[in-house]
Design a protein around this ligand. Structure first.
Ligand code: SAH
Length: 751
């Protein structure tokens, strides 16, 4: 059994005693409406299991089941009663070993006798299984339910399907409408155009504590969105009033990302407990736009204008702010000199203007930074304090809301789980979730639109909704009738939109994904089964890390990457462009690779920025675990857009405007299995070529090699060049450092 396939602890027994074959539709509907009725009662806690992996299993393939944590002060899940002539007690009237192994006792009305059913393996037996017998040793299968699903498919997942929403024909409806039961996960669906959920994880971890965050709720998510939007506006106002600049594009997003590297606060998204309070990333980005934001002009006139604007603003700054006499003197002298030069050079080339600007920036920059330092620190501190206030409000509102459902905050405990090995499993929530409010669903061409409380229309492509449906069915065991599915999809969309912002193409660069064919090749050639950086929207595998454990755990996330500590497995990492996060990522990888003798391999994709070289790239190139490095030239490979889940399918593929470096980090055992030899790396190069996605989708074969410069790359030379730290052609052309917004839609994919 796949380590990810979850047992259905806490599922209503409606489902347990019957195979889909045995359960008539009317019985199902009766059961559904009973459950529905029960869940309609206002403010009644919905039975769910706070999930704590058990400590009495040694099988690494065993998926730790959730347990109720009566001692934690969290309400215990109500035990659903089975239909049929049995009492709930009889169901559990078995030796503890068998109960722990997932066995339950049921009554078959068809045969008029007892049978035994294993909720983990879906085995059914007429006779009580002997204690200690290996799972699968005897197969009588009275229910006839031993369908052979592919590795990774959760045989539990015969809960209600998404009806037509996954396949396209969504009618306007409320999320509370009962969904018809779907027979089971269809094997064919587990492989989609940009996902493959048949691939079983090879990432192994030690048992982890469940996530203590409160489960997402639509009302608090809405509040988080409003508070965050207000923070964005306040940031803009602070930058504009204090520094006369616009808030640097994406710098709020990178601030969130950077703060989360060190934050120990209470909110999954907003920082509230950081040391230092002043964010280096926010500080850096504001400083780099002072006194004016620089850009690469296309026309001579623009270049001239930019130079004179910079000169004028620099001059004003030293006149208005308290600076040392030395700084004032240097800046004034350089400004006067530049004005003189501008007067004598009315028709210079762009290059000349830009050279002059670079020189001016070099001379005056440090003095201007010193002049602005305390004011910019003030902006960073103010933003942090505003965020702390927002988190306080959110936290108390969230628990107030949960308390209305008799769900209490769990007490603090430092108890670490015992050190047991497991195949990695999705985040388990400690706190049960209430029944979530309704969400409206509408069809809009290729898209499905979700709305809560007549608010914003959140769009998601039907393909992506289908993908979420599959992930939910594979991973979420505490909502068998899917009442919370659409409200949770809404929370997920809301969270990501809040996180990445709503400006045009804002946040896209932080979510650009490798094309499916690249991930397919990585899994075939390098045994990769796991993405270190993903979201339920852009993951390819069903096991992945993501920024938000609370919204994403129901869809299979293993939580934020810095909190995930595997000791074995083959991984891919395509991080968002946040310098601090990327640096922490490298340190994390080094620690993991150095801390295990079991096979571990991490294939990292990172932009080929050379001017200056980001610290993370420098660390990767110097890593003792680096086995090889190759570079894909700019404009010759593509990514899937960060807007892939709501843009038109024709604009999903986007040319990369910078080179991408692929770095193979492996320990010795990992190198033995997944070492990047010539053949494997060639296959990867081919997969990264542009324009082969359809070929892959249509044929599920490795795409044909086409004529491309990529073919001509001398791999050995690539490694050598990179090791010698040669500047790459893609980035050496500019004297202004490239930032991640350079990674934007240059062109949509050609046919
Ligand atoms: N899974 C795709 C896309 C990666 S884009 C691929 O591997 O090609 C980077 C993703 O990292 C984004 O979805 C972003 O939300 C996510 N992310 C941001 N911070 C993260 C964190 N701390 N841990 C894990 N993922 C994170």
């Amino acid at each position: 059994m796949d380590g990810n396939a979850k047992p259905d602890f806490g599922r209503p027994k409606l489902q347990l005693p019957h195979s889909p074959e045995e359960l008539s539709k009317s019985q199902v509907l009766r059961g559904l409406s009973a459950l529905h009725h029960q869940q309609q009662q206002p403010k009644t806690p919905i039975p769910q299991s706070p999930a704590v992996p058990p400590s009495n299993h040694t099988d690494p393939l065993y998926f730790p089941p959730p347990q109720s944590s009566g001692s934690s002060g969290v309400p215990s899940p109500a035990t659903p009663s089975p239909s049929g002539p049995q009492s709930p007690d009889k169901v559990h009237n078995l030796p503890q070993e068998l109960l722990d192994a997932g066995w339950r006792r049921f009554w078959s009305r068809r045969e008029g006798k007892e049978y035994f059913y294993n909720k983990f393996t879906k085995q059914s037996l007429w006779d009580q299984p002997p204690i200690g017998s290996p799972v699968g040793a005897t197969r009588h299968d009275p229910l006839g339910i031993q369908i052979d699903l592919p590795a990774g498919a959760d045989p539990n997942a015969n809960a209600a399907s998404l009806d037509s929403s996954g396949s396209g024909g969504v009618k306007r409806r409320h999320s509370t409408q009962e969904e018809p039961l779907s027979p089971s996960l269809k094997t064919a669906d587990l492989k989609g155009p940009f996902w493959d959920f048949t691939l079983m994880t090879n990432a192994q971890i030690y048992e982890r504590s469940p996530c203590k965050l409160p489960p997402p709720h639509n009302d608090t998510e809405l509040l988080r969105a409003n508070l965050t939007n207000r923070l964005r506006m306040q940031y803009q106002e602070l930058c504009s009033h204090r520094e006369s600049i616009n808030a640097p594009k994406e710098s709020f997003n990178r601030w969130l990302m950077e703060r989360k590297v060190i934050d120990k606060g209470l909110d999954p998204m907003l920082p509230s407990n950081c040391n230092p309070v002043v964010s280096p990333s926010m500080m850096r980005e504001i400083m780099s736009d002072i006194p004016v934001k620089l850009y690469r002009p296309k026309m001579n006139n623009d270049a001239r204008l930019l130079l004179s604007k910079y000169t004028e603003s620099a001059m004003k700054m030293v006149e208005k702010r308290s600076v040392t006499p030395e700084s004032r003197k240097v800046v004034k002298w350089n400004a006067d000199d530049t004005f003189r030069w501008l007067r004598t050079q009315p028709y210079s080339s762009i290059d000349d203007y830009m050279k002059r600007l670079a020189h001016l920036k070099e001379e005056c920059g440090p003095h201007l930074c010193a002049a602005a330092k305390s004011s910019v620190e003030g902006i960073c501190t103010k933003m942090y304090n505003l965020s702390c206030e927002a988190v306080k409000r959110l936290h108390s509102k969230h628990w107030e809301l949960l308390k209305e459902h008799q769900i209490e905050e769990p007490p603090e405990t430092d108890k670490a789980p015992p050190k047991k090995k497991y195949q990695c499993y999705a985040i388990q929530m400690m706190v049960p979730s209430p029944r979530l409010p309704n969400v409206d669903v509408q069809e809009d061409g290729e898209m499905t639109v979700l709305r809560y409380n007549n608010g914003d229309r959140l769009k998601i492509s039907k393909q992506h909704l289908k993908k979420l449906d599959l992930l939910y069915r594979i991973h979420c065991r505490e909502d068998p009738f899917r009442h919370n599915f659409l409200p949770r999809v809404w929370c997920l969309l809301r969270r990501y939109q809040t996180y990445f912002g709503t400006g045009e193409s804002e946040g896209h660069s932080q979510q650009g994904a490798l094309p499916a064919r690249v991930l397919k090749t990585l899994s075939e050639q390098f045994g990769v089964t796991f993405e270190w950086f993903a979201s339920p929207l852009n993951c390819y595998f069903k096991q992945y890390c993501s920024a938000f454990p609370d919204t994403d755990g129901y869809f299979g996330s293993r939580g934020p990457m810095l909190d995930f500590h595997p000791f074995s497995g083959s991984f891919e990492a395509n991080p968002p462009f946040g310098e601090e996060l990327m640096e922490s990522m490298v340190r994390h990888f080094e620690k993991l690779l150095g801390g295990t003798t079991e096979p571990m391999s991490i294939t990292v994709f990172i932009p080929d920025w050379r001017n200056p070289v980001p610290e993370a790239l420098r660390m990767l190139e110097a890593s003792r675990f680096k086995r090889r490095q190759v570079t894909f030239p700019a404009f010759e490979h593509e990514y899937r857009s960060g807007a892939q889940h709501y843009c038109q399918s024709s604009s999903v593929h986007i040319k990369a405007v910078h080179g991408t470096i692929v770095m193979f980090l492996q320990n010795d055992a990992g190198f033995k299995i997944w070492g990047p030899n010539e053949k494997k790396v060639r296959a990867l190069l081919d997969a990264f070529q542009m324009g082969n996605e359809e070929a892959l989708n249509n044929s599920h074969r490795t795409p044909q090699r086409r004529d491309s410069k990529i073919r001509k790359i001398d791999l050995e030379k690539e490694t050598e060049d990179a090791t010698n730290n040669q500047p790459s052609s893609s980035s050496s052309s500019s004297s202004v450092p490239l930032k991640s917004e350079d990674f934007k839609a240059a062109e949509s994919k050609p046919d």
